[in-house]
Design a protein around this ligand. Structure first.
Ligand SMILES: *[C@@H]1O[C@H](CO)[C@@H](O)[C@H](O)[C@H]1NC(C)=O
Length: 151
């Protein structure tokens, strides 16, 4: 009995592989800045009072004007790494986290510094840097561009 090999059935496998490769490819990463903000985190410009949209890891962020994209950034995932800060030793070395955009930085009034690329949740900020810092320089990269092309 012969089985037809439909190349289409390998497409999801291939895309998954590309997605994983993207995790290790920092060649198209951007450089920016990040501040932090404390709770309460609701309501948000993205999801109103819906707390179910927050990742259980508590790794999320509010988008600054540079990446807000008029709200289209809501739900986007970014890889974020701390690369430097005013005070040396602030960054956790070689630590990359994945954050989800849940809010707009322009309307949160508790950011440690205003005008940054993104404002990280306390958990996210503390994962890549000394949590006593007010702002850090970051390398960031949007995830899932390949998936978007499929839709
Ligand atoms: C974080 O920064 C503060 C203030 O600079 C410093 O006292 C503290 O030792 C730092 N913590 C770590 C874990 O490096």
């Amino acid at each position: 009995m012969s089985r037809t090999h439909n190349p289409r059935q390998w497409l999801p496998v291939l895309l998954n592989l590309l997605f994983l490769l993207q995790l290790f490819d920092t060649s198209n990463a951007d450089v920016g800045t990040a501040a932090q903000y404390p709770p309460p985190y609701l309501p948000t410009q993205c999801f109103g009072g819906d707390s179910s949209q927050f990742p259980s890891s508590n790794l999320f962020a509010a988008a600054g004007d540079g990446i807000w994209d008029n709200g289209a950034s809501c739900g986007r995932q970014y890889l974020v790494r701390c690369i430097s800060a005013e005070e040396t030793g602030t960054c956790v070395p070689d630590k990359t986290i994945q954050v989800k955009i849940v809010d707009y930085a322009g309307t949160i009034n508790k950011a440690s510094v205003s005008g940054t690329t993104m404002v990280l949740s306390q958990t996210a900020f503390g994962s890549v840097a000394n949590s006593t810092a007010r702002s850090i320089n970051i390398e960031f990269q949007q995830l899932g561009m390949i998936w978007k092309m499929q839709k």
